[in-house]
Design a protein around this ligand. Structure first.
Ligand code: HEC
Ligand code: HEC
Ligand code: HEC
Ligand code: HEC
Ligand code: HEC
Length: 184
């Protein structure tokens, strides 16, 4: 048995006290917060790029259909356009210059992570995306967000309820309900 599953069983033993705590209010394990909307080091807007300009999510998050993680793109993806596109407003130009400077210096951007499941949970993007679950079902209308905000609560109930509903709606699906599918 691996240590993560062990941790979960250990926690399950104290499950009652956890649920009791959870019901007290906005209790979440390891700082997972619905509506969390941190400021980012660069004023990158999904509303502009994915909304107005209509750039496909997969252009930047190519991992989503192929692997466990959707991943955040490197600045070289941004520079595909921003070698040419310098911006039309003073603030936009300043932000784009910041990107060009960091890219030239090979300096990674320290984006603040918005979604963050605890380590003992296994989640795989491709398994969902390839069954045609839209990004927006889980992440909300990101194409309207100037700053990304956590839309779903990412609780165990959220995962399990959707699995139940999906299996009931489509008998070809077999979204798992057993503990070790999500806690391995
Ligand atoms: C031009 C590139 C680009 C496109 C297109 C794009 N994104 Fe993003 N996305 C980013 C970058 C950069 C970040 C990290 C900065 C931030 O959170 O705004 C990010 C962050 C995110 C996050 C939060 C990640 C976290 O830290 O938890 C989600 C969710 C997301 N994108 C979903 C989408 C969806 C859904 C679409 C399509 C509607 C999309 N993105 C289109 C570049 C892009
Ligand atoms: C079934 C729900 C679901 C769907 C569908 C989904 N995501 Fe996610 N996404 C999550 C969860 C849960 C996390 C947190 C994962 C973690 O912390 O390990 C996440 C995290 C992310 C992140 C942060 C980086 C990472 O990979 O952990 C990005 C970016 C992202 N999603 C983009 C997308 C895009 C783009 C799509 C559509 C192509 C999409 N997601 C579809 C649930 C979903
Ligand atoms: C497919 C082309 C394309 C890609 C890829 C792209 N952008 Fe943009 N971006 C644009 C266009 C077009 C504008 C609008 C410029 C203007 O206002 O003249 C823009 C504007 C911006 C602005 C200025 C916003 C403002 O307020 O004026 C920032 C900052 C920015 N992009 C950051 C990024 C980052 C960070 C990435 C990579 C994650 C990225 N862009 C990827 C095309 C792109
Ligand atoms: C919007 C509905 C929805 C939500 C929310 C959702 N899932 Fe799923 N999940 C599915 C569907 C649909 C499948 C595919 C079933 C199939 O392949 O037959 C699936 C499959 C899976 C699988 C089996 C495939 C694999 O990767 O091994 C795991 C594990 C899983 N989900 C974990 C999670 C976790 C963890 C969460 C919450 C953080 C979650 N899911 C949230 C709909 C959802
Ligand atoms: C579809 C995915 C999924 C399945 C199936 C699942 N879990 Fe979870 N579980 C999660 C997620 C996601 C979390 C993290 C919740 C959070 O961060 O708030 C979690 C958290 C937990 C926790 C920590 C306390 C808590 O309530 O947040 C325990 C204990 C737990 N699970 C036990 C179990 C047991 C026992 C089973 C089998 C009866 C099970 N899980 C089945 C996704 C799942």
């Amino acid at each position: 048995m691996n240590w993560r599953l062990f941790t979960v069983i250990f926690l399950a033993t104290f499950g009652l006290s956890f649920s009791a705590l959870a019901s007290l209010g906005d209790f979440h394990l390891l700082g997972n917060h619905q509506d969390y909307q941190p400021q980012q080091p660069i004023a990158y807007s999904h509303a502009l790029h994915a909304g107005q300009l209509g750039i496909a999510c997969e252009y930047c998050h190519s991992g989503a259909g192929e692997s466990r993680h959707a991943s955040v793109p490197s600045l070289s993806t941004c520079m595909n356009c921003h070698e040419q596109v310098k911006g039309s407003t003073a603030t936009g130009q300043a932000e784009i210059q910041k990107i060009a400077r960091m890219h030239a210096a090979n300096e990674p951007v320290r984006w603040v992570r918005v979604h963050n499941l605890p380590d003992f949970v296994y989640f795989n993007h491709s398994a969902h995306v390839n069954k045609k679950v839209a990004c927006q079902t889980c992440h909300g209308n990101v194409q309207d967000m100037a700053v990304v905000k956590q839309f779903s609560d990412l609780s165990m109930g959220w995962c399990v309820n959707c699995h139940r509903t999906q299996n009931a709606q489509d008998p070809k699906l077999n979204a798992p309900l057993d503990c070790d599918a999500c806690h391995r």
